[in-house]
Design a protein around this ligand. Sequence first.
Ligand code: PFF
Length: 455
Amino acid sequence: MTEKRQSIHGEWTSRWAFILAATGAAVGLGNIWKFPYIAGINGGGAFVLIYLACVLIIGIPLMMTEVLIGRRGRQNPAGTMRSLAKDTGRSKHWQWIGAIGILSSFIILSYYCVIAGWAMNYIFRAASGAFHHASASQINHIFQHFVANPWKLLFWHSMVMLVTIFLVIRGVKGGLELAARFMFPAMLGLLIVLVIYATTTNHFIQGLTFLFKPDFSKLNSTSALSALGHAFFTLSLATGSIMMYGAYLPKKASITRAAIYIAIADTFVALLAGVAIFPIVFANGLQPSAGPGLIFQTLPIAFGQMPYGSLFASLFFLMLVFAAITSTISLLEPSVAWLIETFRISRLRASLYAGFGIWILGLGTIFSFNILENVKIFGMTIFDNLDYLTANIMMPLGGLLTVFFAAWLMRRSDVLEELGISDRLLFRAWYFAIRYLTPLAILLIFLNFVGIIQF
Ligand code: PFF
């Protein structure tokens, strides 16, 4: 009976379309904007090592789990969880896992659009030649001046939100697939140009050492949790996004291969971004721990000194916006699908309602960089709170419950069938991971964080 479920929103045209779209969801600001700055704040190498371990032990098995759950349920994440719970005679309250995911994507999108708006502004700024031969302090000044102006941030935030809503209204094939197609190769090409530049800075080795040489003394009590949270964030896990994209996946496509491709592509882009950025940071006497402004304060220096730098810079920020938009649409989709299926309203109205709510919440992030920058809750700005709550609490918790559900409550024969592989080494390794390794790793990191155990 479950085989007959179909998504009312359509399906991807092929397995490759799914891989492209899910890679588009995964690769985004998380790789190029967030990874370098949180690696910087957490002291580099040791943090990167924990993050890579989290991708391997938690990220890939969980991604496979989410795709298979999504494809079996074929609805919004809450509806999917409710149906699967019903199939196995479990309480309908399991739908709350899906609901937490939808809420996470709603919150993340509110700040994600603001940062994507910065990148959009930088396309034009770069094209105008603002970075041409500019010094590090001039570039810092440009950035500080920009984020201090709430009206400008609001404008660019609104632009990103509008584009996202427009693409989501167009639906699975028209919008989501089309947007994913061109972004990835172009992004990769430009990152490689930046890495080549980084090799000319005389600080290339220092950058690599910072990124890859683990120094565990630099970790603090939240570092492991941040690395875990980032693995979730960068792979778009526990937000309903991947589950939602799984719901549109044709029956025959291989989930295992897709998850592995996506994780490799995502990790590769993040590491490339790190390799490009840290040499520039050290060569210009900047601080790796500069925070959310890091790439906006470093990359323009590099572009400013290259031949055709304004053109490259503008293209780079354009690609970054593309990469961000393929993620923003995946962040809006779960709320939209939930609204459509729950209230039976049109895709147009659902996209507008959800988009408007998210746009309003985005004001909190905008003001965190200017008029409310001194308002601290739990010692953090509004933006930092939203980020912390989603990446470090809601996503790991949602992920833990999801693997628990698939590993211990769903029938083994059902997951085996849905994964579509034979009951051999690969399946057994994955099943062992989601039963023991993945939940244990998440729990250990939580327990370490609250101080019950110490690594
Ligand atoms: N993975 C995206 C990035 O790294 O930029 C961000 C993201 C997209 C997070 C979708 C969560 C999500 F559901």
